[in-house]
Design a protein around this ligand. Sequence first.
Ligand code: AMP
Ligand code: MG
Length: 403
Amino acid sequence: MLSVAQARQRILDQVGRLAAEDVPLREAAGRVLAEEVRATTDVPGFTNSAMDGYAVLARDVAAAGPANPVRLPLRGEVRAGVAPPHPLQAGTAIRIMTGAPVPAGADAVVRVEDTAEEDGAVLIRASVSAGTSLRAAGSDLRAGDLVAAPGRVVSPGVIGVCAAAGRTSLRCLRRPSVMVLTTGDELRDVGEPLEPGQIVNTNRYTLAAAVEEAGGLVLDAGVARDEREQIAAALRQAAAADLVISSGGVSMGAYDLVRDLLAQEVRIDFWQVALRPGKPLAFGSVRGVPLIGLPGNPVSSLVAFELFARPALLKMQAREDRERPRLWARTEDTLSGPPHLEQYFRGVARRQDDGISVRLTGDQGSHVLRSMADANCLVILPLKTGQIPAGGRVEIIELAPIR
Ligand code: AMP
Ligand code: MG
């Protein structure tokens, strides 16, 4: 039997990072940068005003105060998006708007709140030092500055600096295409009437959602009946994918049958992982594409996806943050399970004054999808532990924000 960590490492050893592609800036959010982005010009390109107010020479207003305003003749106006009409003459002021280029000769802006206009002049009621309310050319980026490094996940802020640096597209790692194949005679699609003994194919939807959340693109292979021809037919399309994820059939050995049919094209090992839920796991390759065979039980399937498939997808995208945050919490429930299995309970964690506390999401059966829907974390009962009493410290994996 493999430990969870051993099984994950074996899988990670078999997947590599994908190639890069050009992505329009507008579609790059959430993607992983595969290049170094540098500024080609100074940003901002010209010194401009940080305030609505009056461009002045600081020394002209050195004596200004609320009780003794300095009066400067007003010589025109400059708005954002246009060049100043003329340089500033000493002893005068030019009205200026936020973002407008500062006229040559001016070295500060007095904000409008500290002024009043009167008969073609402006009364300045506050002194300013040189540089006040100016945004200097190059104060955001200098030509040649590193804007973003490879491996960065492109955020709205990164998009902003890349746009400012003049980039219309970015070189990002390709998103992995993931073939999702569900197997089982009992499965019907959402919305189809259920005959006795049939169930809704929930894994087709949960796994697709999990793939997308991990940055993958879903190639939905639908459902295959538990017949080797059907499974083999679906797997023959695997060459279009970067990863195949299947659910079901791993314990009853459906793939054993498939192996005979596809001969050299599939290589599949059946693993027993010291894990609950999700003990049986298949791993191998179809036509050179890695395949992870998840258990069919809806909760096992998602937990095993989380522990094995998600890290593989993130590795393909060269994501550095492959692990979700792990935190320590106090358990409100007693956790128990067989000591030879690592157990992942579903929990709801809450922040409290003295740390995080976590309670279980009710019935922990591997068919109880509700336990997954309600959860914001997985609660780990480590190998060789057997029991952690209520009030004890537990490690949790944050799946959704803990409040
Ligand atoms: P299996 O791994 O195929 O033996 O399936 C184990 C359990 O999970 C059985 O109760 C199946 O009915 C159920 N199951 C398998 N595949 C799915 C699926 N795609 N959606 C929902 N339940 C499933
Ligand atoms: Mg099945």
